[in-house]
Design a protein around this ligand. Structure first.
Ligand SMILES: *Cc1c(COP(=O)(O)O)cnc(C)c1O
Length: 456
């Protein structure tokens, strides 16, 4: 047992002092010693974006094992949207833990699972009849959305997009666009997965104004002329691409894709694993696009860090799978369900949809005032508390500049700001603060970024 110094807080959550406080090296001696143990015990393929080890997390800060209090612009990759160890989440989990931790829903069902399903059925776009099935991971939800789509349509082809990220399992790794690090050496890949261009405004070859029309035309040709619509089960798309670099599709693109699908009996599946559950200022990012998906996958923000994921969709599609064909030993774990109910309650009672929009307004407006005389800030984009900056070589040269991103991250970490990267070319800084982030820390974090950019 390691002894914990009394100076380290005993609990996390919103009672943690909401201050940035760098008291030791980053990473400090305790983090460094854990890194050494890790190197002996864990395989090399498990990466970590940061070398600081967490001790207690809450509000807008992470206190590391050396006592540094760091501003958290990552939320554990868009998971702790309502804040870490949020009180309503912890209370509901504690109550559930005292009663039972597991029965397996496939063996003995329980109410919490049904409550989460009812809530997602009510909150997701569209007032048609819906059903929800629960899983453990985002990739599990995407895998099962594909199973539902195939069994409901009797078709096999799945269409995904450039820059997509759908997970690391065999099928979802295939659906993911980026080779390094997600696919290299892990093939062969799953059959019947086809890729269309994404209407990526900043990098569309003939200019952002043409992105929606031209990307749609290429997508339509892929489906109609190459795959055949009658062979196509589903189009799976992130309404804002996450790992791909917070790419907001050109306006109208997703609506056209969804309408095209509806005309051909192809299911439109929105992978909202990263963008869903209040992150963008709406319950679901699809709402900003005016699309009503046939199926929606959720996970990251759903249960405050408990492993829970969902497929929510049209009742006729979801009911097409035969009894016993869907599920898993841990799927819809009762403690995870309790956590999700606490997340829904927190978002509603604390007005967090509005908070996400407000955080986005601050981030977008502040980032727009950064000195960009060098032209390396190529694009600033996002919605709500899901904002990114794409870094390039300089004015008029959009060559990706991952080295500058790495330098900003290094400087930010040294100052006590945790930030994540993204993007097919590794040249995007992404900001995903928890919605429990107080304003003063939001502004302080942005100030650290401003200085890091100025020092480049
Ligand atoms: C993270 C992510 C996944 C995979 O989720 P896991 O829980 O890591 O399996 C799938 N889709 C999107 C959009 C994601 O951001």
């Amino acid at each position: 047992m390691t002894t914990v110094e009394t100076s380290l807080p005993a609990t996390g959550g919103p009672t943690l002092p909401q201050v940035r406080n760098v008291v030791a090296a980053i990473p400090g001696p305790r983090s460094q010693s854990l890194a050494q143990r890790r190197a002996q015990a864990l395989p090399a393929g498990l990466g970590s974006a940061s070398s600081v080890y967490a001790h207690a997390v809450g509000g807008g800060v992470m206190v590391d094992v050396d006592g540094n209090s760091l501003i958290d612009f990552g939320s554990g990759i868009a998971v702790t949207t309502v804040g870490n160890s949020a009180p309503r989440v912890v209370e509901r989990m504690a109550e559930q833990m005292q009663r039972f931790t597991h029965t397996c829903f496939l063996a003995n069902p329980y109410e919490g699972y049904i409550e989460v399903a009812e809530k997602l059925n009510a909150l997701t776009p569209g007032d048609h009849a819906k059903r929800t099935a629960l899983f453990n991971t985002g990739s599990g939800a995407v895998e099962n959305a594909v199973k539902y789509a195939r069994v409901a349509t009797g078709r096999s082809a799945i269409v995904v997009f450039d820059h997509a990220f759908h997970g690391r399992s065999q099928l979802t790794m295939t659906m993911t666009a980026k080779n390094q690090p997600y696919k290299q050496g892990f093939g062969p890949f799953s059959p019947e997965v086809y890729r269309a261009p994404m209407a990526y405004p900043y990098r569309w070859p003939s200019g952002p104004q043409n992105a929606a029309d031209e990307a749609f035309a290429q997508f339509a040709m892929l489906v109609d002329a190459q795959i055949g619509a009658s062979n196509t089960a589903a189009v799976v798309v992130e309404p804002i691409q996450g790992e791909g670099g917070f790419i907001v599709p050109a306006p109208g693109f997703l609506k056209r894709v969804a309408d095209f699908c509806a005309e051909r009996g192809i299911l439109f599946v929105a992978d909202e694993v990263q963008a869903g559950i209040a992150r963008t200022g709406a319950w679901f990012a699809s709402e900003h696009e005016g699309v009503v998906p046939d199926l929606i996958t959720t996970a990251k923000g759903l249960a405050g860090g408990m492993p829970l994921a969902a497929v929510t969709g049209r009742a006729d599609v979801m009911d097409a799978a035969h009894p016993g064909g869907i599920g898993g030993t841990y799927s819809g774990n009762p403690i995870a369900c309790a956590a999700a109910l606490g997340v829904f309650e927190t978002i509603e009672e604390e007005g967090l949809l509005q908070r996400a929009s407000d955080i986005g307004d601050v981030l977008l407006s502040e980032l727009a005032t950064f000195d960009n005389s060098s032209g390396i800030i190529g694009d600033i984009r996002g919605r709500g508390a899901m904002v990114a900056v794409e870094i390039v070589s300089g004015a008029g040269d959009s060559t990706p500049n991952p080295a500058a991103v790495a330098e900003v991250v290094r400087r930010a970490h040294a100052q006590g700001l945790l930030v994540l990267t993204a993007g097919t070319f590794g040249n995007v800084l992404r900001f995903l603060p928890p919605l429990s982030m107080p304003d003063h820390l939001l502004h302080e974090g942005v100030g650290i970024l401003r200085d890091a950019f100025a020092a480049l």
